[in-house]
Design a protein around this ligand. Structure first.
Ligand SMILES: Cc1cc2nc3c(=O)[nH]c(=O)nc-3n(C[C@H](O)[C@H](O)[C@H](O)COP(=O)(O)OP(=O)(O)OC[C@H]3O[C@@H](n4cnc5c(N)ncnc54)[C@H](O)[C@@H]3O)c2cc1C
Length: 284
């Protein structure tokens, strides 16, 4: 970081928060650094390195699957392999090339708040919550933390844990990422998951990324699928509802029109694959 003056290495989450609060906006939490060392924000003078603060775990926490606030993408990817038809594992895998995943974290991908962050739609599609630590510890919905491109409600608070409800083990799901190349940032990404209840589709979650200031749930599309038998789902209406719920921009990666069209198409393909019993989320 261009104006860095101090590097701090707390041994616990509480100590990390205390250090961050002491310096306020002049300090950042530093995890893998794969976003921070690229963006090098000029206002940052103090790095609070959280990789030694005992937050690198991924574990079964009873009611939740728990991803620590400094757990590496690669460790999380391995821990969730097979869950939700591999939806989560594929999203973590697509969040960065292999070398980066061995040093970058899931929490860093959330807190960086890129509209195209690849782990976020998959986490939204399993109702992930964050355990955040500031003056006190509280549990907040992931969707409530992300407010815009590189903007969160976190302030000085630390993401101590990402918590995924254990109902995830009953979910089926697919993650898809459309990008110019395998290692590029998404033009569109999306995750779909639901619970098979006999012949009916229940608890539907559809989340799309890179098509709005933050990744968003496509609630209009969810309502058209919820409680229906797969054969009764009108995929044309679902596709339109996805497009109606987003506000993509044009940039050098894709036009707004392309993003809008492909968001609907990817969701349609994901549902078709799930209804046909094919869960592997190969992009495209
Ligand atoms: C070559 C390359 C390719 C990439 N490709 C992709 C891609 O395809 N898709 C994608 O989504 N991303 C991609 N990324 C971005 C990046 O790898 C991810 O966003 C990564 O998950 C960030 O994690 P980190 O640990 O490196 O975060 P850092 O860079 O250390 O931190 C990022 C931000 O999160 C904050 N932060 C970190 N941990 C916490 C915490 N526990 N609590 C509160 N705030 C915290 C930091 O203060 C900072 O603001 C790529 C990066 C590189 C270098």
């Amino acid at each position: 970081m261009q104006n860095l003056k101090e590097y701090l290495r707390p041994g616990s989450a509480t100590e990390a928060v205390r250090m961050k609060q002491q310096y306020g906006r002049r300090a950042v939490y530093l995890a893998g650094g794969s976003d921070l060392l690229v963006h090098r924000p000029p206002h940052v003078e103090v790095a609070v390195d959280i990789l030694h603060a005992d937050l690198g775990y991924v574990l079964d926490g009873g009611d939740d699957l728990v991803i620590g606030g400094a757990a590496l993408l690669r460790d999380a990817e391995i821990a969730v392999a097979g869950l939700t038809g591999n939806m989560l594992a594929l999203a973590f895998r697509d969040t960065a090339p292999w070398l980066i995943r061995n040093s970058a974290t899931v929490a860093g991908n959330i807190a960086n708040a890129s509209p195209a962050a690849d782990s976020v739609p998959a986490l939204l599609a399993v109702d992930a919550e964050l355990l955040v630590l500031g003056d006190r510890e509280e549990r907040v919905m992931l969707s409530d933390v992300l407010v815009g491109p590189h903007q969160t409600t976190l302030g000085d608070r630390l993401i101590r844990e990402i918590r995924i409800p254990q109902s995830v083990i009953r979910r089926r799901g697919i993650f898809k990422k459309l990008a110019r190349s395998h290692s590029d940032i998404a033009q569109v990404n999306m995750a779909v998951s639901y619970i098979d209840d006999g012949d009916l589709v229940k608890d539907v979650r559809i989340a799309v990324g890179a098509v709005a200031p933050t990744a968003v749930r496509a609630t209009g599309a969810e309502a058209l699928v919820e409680g229906h038998a797969p054969a009764d789902v009108d995929l044309d209406r679902v596709e339109k509802a996805v497009r109606d719920g987003i506000a993509p921009i044009s940039d050098w990666r894709a036009s707004a029109e392309y993003r809008s069209r492909m968001a609907g198409v990817l969701v349609r393909r994901a549902l078709q694959s799930l209804f046909a019993g094919l869960e592997t989320g190969v992009a495209g």
